[in-house]
Design a protein around this ligand. Structure first.
Ligand SMILES: [Zn+2]
Length: 390
């Protein structure tokens, strides 16, 4: 999903990326600011009720939308900044449809660090929201002569940042509040148990949100002062419910593999094929050896890449007779496709996910020999067996 994003710049050494869905949200925000209701609700949500030149209307709305983008970025930057202080490497920050996402190397499992990283974002949003709202009320009380649409946009930016902070503090994954909750639980129990408990609380919360959305929705109350239903909250709750379930299974995977090393899972037989082997021959070898992934090596033992059953099954039968392995392999990345025997199995899984690979070559040491391969399939089977024997 994150591949369809472009880098737009760098801040304190962190690449900032924009996902294409973010452009839709930016456009939506500009239109919302320009045409949203001004007086229909208790608070203004846009400039729709104000008579003004459309060029000015869209210019001001665009400036406000870009400012909103910066406040989202500052939220993510705060998470990243605190994480960097704890020595975590930040790959990038991507802004997409739902907001922002900081891609971190390894979120520390130390609860004391996790909650500080998680809380930094909402605190930043509260601070930004507070500054904008204070500015707005300052303008109002001092009765400064200021162009009305500007004051409205200042209010909206403040209001949205406070809402963003509150929303992020919901005690459900993947919201920051879910992480804070897990960190506090993890002080008293294992990380796995704390995750399960936090996921359960998040799910209960999601159910409460669905009921609240139907009976007495808080968003509706803020806007209109009336109690009643609103569809937005239940939809959000369903999203939170699904996200919580995903977080749970990811954590279970990582917790199951804790302490397991690459050497425990790697395969040392049926590991490689020669690059000039005909595809037809490889297909029968796979069947015979019941193996779906091989490393590909040259005549002198040099690693060239990987070949998998999924790749060759796509080839029409007539092509299998004249194509050879080197015609179909994915190019070998001499850093990303290698893992050392003594490294953690979790690290192998992460590297596969990050590089979209289903296998890695295992080496004894950095400049050492190729000793085996580790595949997603082997890891999955191994985890099943670990769970079964626990
Ligand atoms: Zn956050």
């Amino acid at each position: 999903m994150l591949r369809t994003s472009i880098q737009v710049g760098k801040l304190i050494g962190i690449p900032i990326r924009l996902h294409f869905t973010f452009l839709f949200i930016l456009l939506g925000i500009i239109l919302g600011f320009a045409n949203g209701p001004t007086t229909e609700y208790r608070i203004p949500l846009g400039l729709g009720g104000i008579e003004m030149d459309s060029f000015l209307r869209y210019s001001l709305s665009s400036i406000a939308a870009v400012l909103f983008f910066f406040t989202l970025l500052l939220h993510e930057m705060s998470h990243s900044y605190v994480a960097m202080k704890f020595g975590t490497k930040i790959h990038s920050i991507t802004l997409f449809f739902f907001g922002g996402l900081a891609m971190m190397e390894d979120i520390p499992k130390d609860p004391g660090k996790e909650w500080r990283i998680a809380i930094a974002g909402p605190l930043m949003s509260f601070a930004i929201g507070g500054i904008f709202l204070l500015t707005y009320f300052g303008i109002k009380t001092l009765n400064l002569v200021i162009y009305d649409p500007v004051a409205i946009l200042v209010f909206i930016l403040g209001f949205f940042n406070v809402i963003l902070a509150c929303f992020n503090l919901l005690p459900a994954f993947p919201m920051d509040g879910g992480r804070v909750l897990r960190a506090f639980l993890a002080k008293k129990m294992s990380f796995l148990k704390a995750t399960k408990r936090a996921v359960l609380i998040g799910k209960i919360f999601a159910v409460i949100m669905v009921i609240a959305g139907i009976i007495a929705d808080p968003v509706r109350f803020i806007l209109t002062g009336e109690l009643g239903s609103n569809l937005f909250t239940p939809l959000l709750a369903i999203f939170l419910y699904i996200a919580a379930t995903e977080e749970e299974s990811a954590t279970i995977t990582f917790a199951t593999l804790e302490g397991i090393r690459v050497k425990n899972v790697m395969r040392t037989e049926r590991t490689s094929v020669l690059e000039d082997m005909p595809i037809a021959e490889l297909a029968s070898k796979m069947l015979e050896e019941k193996t779906a992934e091989y490393a590909v090596v040259s005549e002198n033992g040099e690693l060239k890449g990987f070949v998998t059953f999924d790749e060759i099954k796509k080839l029409p039968a007539e092509q299998r007779h004249f194509l050879r392995v080197f015609d179909v392999i994915s190019p070998f990345d001499s850093i990303g496709d290698i893992i050392l025997k003594e490294e953690e199995a979790v690290e192998a899984l992460k590297r596969m996910i990050r590089n979209k690979r289903i296998a890695l070559a295992v080496k004894e040491e950095v400049d050492g020999d190729f000793v085996g391969i580790i595949t997603k399939r082997d890891l999955a089977t191994y985890m099943e067996m670990l769970k079964g024997s626990a």
